[in-house]
Design a protein around this ligand. Sequence first.
Ligand code: SF4
Length: 200
Amino acid sequence: MKTSVILHGLHNEFSIEQMKSCIALAEKYGESFRHVVTGIQITGIEKEDKELLIAELPDGVVPVIHRGVNSLIACVGKGHCKNGQMDTSELADYIEQHHYGRKTSHKCKIGVSGCGRNCPDSMVKDIAFIGTSQGFMLAVGGNTGMRPEAGTILARNLTINQSKKAADILINWYAENGEPRERMGKLLLRLGNPLEDIEL
Ligand code: SF4
């Protein structure tokens, strides 16, 4: 049976050069591309070729891990979309550099939306930053699993720097306290809000 690999680029953005390299790898080792929630999947790979393909990935493109901070999606945000209320790239870049790929007890998906239209489906991510005219709204614990639910709103009107600090606290807290296969929403129910009493 053939296998596949899911690829992540900078908060789900791939440069043209990266895509050209990925297309060449798909032609060499695979059959087709699929868009999936965590990134771009190359399908139809012979099992023995998977590690060869991964070794040839272009700089900045990595295979998606199963358990950990494995999905980070930002929309284009303010300045690139007429609806954008907040810039998304500074916050998403920061989370990418500091947290993407970290091991956690289960999946940790993060969405950064420039406005409430929520093109990255942020409200069903473990951590959601959603731009408003007053700053970012932060919601935690969303998921699309067997019992899909939207995240719980923990903070509003955050600046970009406050959002970076909140992301650090939440991801560190999850990495340190999550029990095997426990998603962030369940941890929130078990331990309560880690941002309570913290001045961001
Ligand atoms: S979420 Fe808002 S800002 Fe982002 S792409 Fe969609 S409409 Fe534009």
